[in-house]
Design a binder for this molecule. Structure first.
Ligand code: C5P
Length: 214
């Protein structure tokens, strides 16, 4: 049986850092599903696909060869056989375009297939927007990490990144295909006034209460 801990939440809520730390602590793989959507977006922008036109995104998605793997406990994405350079995935251009690409069903279908396959190989902590609701709805261990919009804006700014997070959250929550929402049965953690260690400790505590064993 697949072993998955899902951590969903809006942009810059701290879910990624918490998921990574938790995975390391457990000796499980860490999967950043946002990197898959960002990689598809990056590839489409490179090929000059007009991401404002869903039909163009559908066509480009059909031609794209997408793979994922976990190396030394961390996921990485391959497009057309090459590892996608992570430093090109958080640019203002990708941040602006990613929600337009991620709303397209054909893109999601492709990404979800790769994400599910990653959990066949080893137990994973996977973070994203729809991991507990759509990708692994059957997992017993679901979390939703949130934070106030003000705190999330500050966290992004502290990373020196240009990211219209409220626009992305709105687009991600309102889309038809797998919108961002609190998955049924998920434990909600508001990290607004917590540091990373506290968020991870809160997750570990809830896992223990739920009878989790690594
Ligand atoms: O997590 P991150 O902010 O890197 O995700 C980038 C974008 O990818 C999100 O704004 C969303 O549009 C999309 N995404 C998604 N489903 C996921 C993970 C990310 O739609 N599971």
């Amino acid at each position: 049986m697949k072993r998955v801990i899902s951590i969903d939440g809006p942009a810059a809520s701290g879910k990624s850092s918490a998921a990574k730390r938790l995975a390391k602590q457990l000796g499980w793989g860490f999967v950043n599903s946002g990197e898959f959507y960002r990689s598809v977006t990056w590839a489409m922008l490179k090929s000059k696909v007009d991401v404002d036109i869903p039909a163009a995104v559908v066509e480009a998605a059909g031609q794209l060869s997408l793979d994922g793997e976990i190396v030394d406990g961390l996921s990485r994405v391959l497009v057309d056989g090459d590892v996608v350079p992570v430093d090109e995935l958080s640019t203002a251009e990708v941040n602006d375009a990613v929600s337009k690409v991620a709303r397209v069903f054909e893109v999601r279908d492709k990404v979800v297939g790769r994400l599910r396959a990653l959990a066949d190989a080893e137990p994973v902590v996977m973070e994203g927007r729809d991991i507990g609701s759509v990708v692994f709805p059957e997992t017993r261990y679901k979390f939703y990490v949130d934070a106030s919009e003000e705190v999330r804006q500050q966290r992004r700014a502290a990373q020196g990144l240009t990211d219209q997070i409220s626009q992305r959250d709105k687009a991600d929550s309102q889309r038809k295909s797998s919108p961002l929402k609190v998955p049924d049965g998920a434990v909600v953690i508001d990290s607004s006034e917590m540091n990373l260690e506290e968020v991870v400790a809160a997750i570990v505590e809830r896992l223990a209460e739920a009878g989790f064993e690594a």
